[in-house]
Design a protein around this ligand. Structure first.
Ligand SMILES: [Zn+2]
Length: 396
């Protein structure tokens, strides 16, 4: 029941490691300071770049006092793919924690506060993975994500902020955790997801709720548990300075996710936490495992005629896709001969390309078939149904 102490153990070895990192950091710091002139210019360029805000989200600096270079942490740079979005976030977090806002403003308001402890990088990796999944989606509700609560701590892979546990001071004004909880309170947040990793969690994942939890918190936890087979812990040593407790005390439904920090391969634990985040989001109607990629356009168009004998066939989806178990069963069929045509398939971002190896027959109907489990999105969701369409060739 009460495992919080093992999760938050701070070992002597950690201390030594931090000391070493700090020592090694001194020459780097001196170097950084000498570069600060050009660095500032760089940041201004980024800050004025309109591409920072897509049509699906807004990204802003949240807390200017906690900036840090999170990719200086090798477990961050090695496990988070470089994309336009992740590069933007890495760049901006040098100036402070960043806040991303998604959704259309109707419905529930969820805040994900991620990695208040800078050495719990599985949490950051899982949240960044979720960001890649939702970055091109529109949906009901408002979703706020702070993917690195204290970037300067993540950079050093340390749990502590100015000698204090930052998750014990959320009730003390102007601390990083206080600002997060106050933001939730002042912006009408209904749900707060506090994402961590910890020692001693093991292959089970854990969800923590306050000792006196609300019915909503209980239902939320039950749903995640059901979807992910994770265990639930009831923290019997709530501290008023924890983000979850402080937020709960303002009437916000607040829970903590935990995955193994030390004794599981980083991506195994991060993927387990990603699944919990998907379930937590899905419970509130945000995109999760309830989501399915959809075809938004094709070339040739459905039932089009006089189509070229050689032009590649493209099928465009509403989100980034990858191959799934029945990928080899994607077929192009000549409807006159009834035979399948040899094709090569490639995927790039939203689009599946089918290229016929030989010239197609003239004035002939061809049919494309995509089994629903041939394509999936980045949360492993397949198509809702098989997809099929026809087109007819012309003479050239
Ligand atoms: Zn933690």
């Amino acid at each position: 029941m009460f495992k919080k102490t093992t999760f938050n153990d701070f070992s002597y070895q950690d201390n030594q490691t931090h000391f070493l990192i700090i020592l090694m950091g001194i020459p780097i710091l001196v170097f950084m300071v000498s570069l600060s002139g050009s660095y500032a210019t760089n940041v201004n360029t980024v800050g004025s770049n309109v591409s920072l805000n897509s049509s699906h989200y807004k990204i802003t600096i949240f807390d200017h006092t906690v900036g840090g270079n999170v990719v200086a942490n090798p477990r961050i740079s090695q496990n988070i793919p470089k994309t336009d979005l992740s590069n933007q976030i890495f760049q901006m977090t040098k100036n402070g924690s960043v806040l991303l806002k998604f959704g259309n403003g109707n419905g529930p308001k969820l805040l994900m506060s991620v990695g208040i402890h800078g050495n719990e990088i599985q949490a950051n990796i899982a949240a960044m993975k979720y960001l890649e999944f939702i970055k091109d989606k529109q949906f009901n509700g408002t979703l706020y994500i702070i993917p690195f609560d204290i970037p300067c701590d993540t950079a050093l892979n340390t749990r502590y902020y100015k000698g204090m546990d930052p998750n014990r001071i959320a009730n003390i004004p102007d601390t990083p955790s206080w600002k997060i909880v106050q933001f939730a309170k002042n912006n009408g947040i209904n749900y707060l997801l506090d994402v961590h990793s910890g020692g001693g969690v093991g292959s089970n994942r854990f969800i923590y709720v306050n000792h006196y939890f609300s019915n909503r918190e209980k239902n939320w936890v039950s749903y995640i548990t059901y979807k992910t087979l994770s265990s639930t812990g009831y923290d019997s040593a709530d501290s008023a300075g924890m983000i979850r407790v402080s937020s709960h005390n303002y009437g916000i439904n607040s829970i903590t996710l935990e995955t193994e920090r030390d004794n599981t391969p980083v991506m195994t634990a991060a993927n387990a936490e990603f699944k919990m985040i998907l379930a937590a989001a899905q419970y509130l109607g945000f995109p999760g495992t309830n989501y399915h990629p959809k075809v938004i356009s094709t070339y040739p168009k459905v039932n089009a005629i006089r189509i070229s004998l050689t032009a590649p066939v493209n099928i465009k989806f509403n989100e980034n896709i990858k191959s799934s178990i029945y990928y080899s069963s994607i077929k192009l069929k000549n409807l006159i001969t009834g035979k399948y045509v040899t094709i090569t398939k490639t995927i790039s971002d939203h689009t599946l390309y089918l290229k016929t190896s030989t010239t197609r027959s003239k004035y002939t109907w061809y049919q494309v078939t995509i089994p629903k489990a041939a394509i999936k999105d980045y949360a492993d969701n397949n198509l809702l149904a098989n997809y099929t369409f026809k087109f007819k060739t012309g003479s050239i």
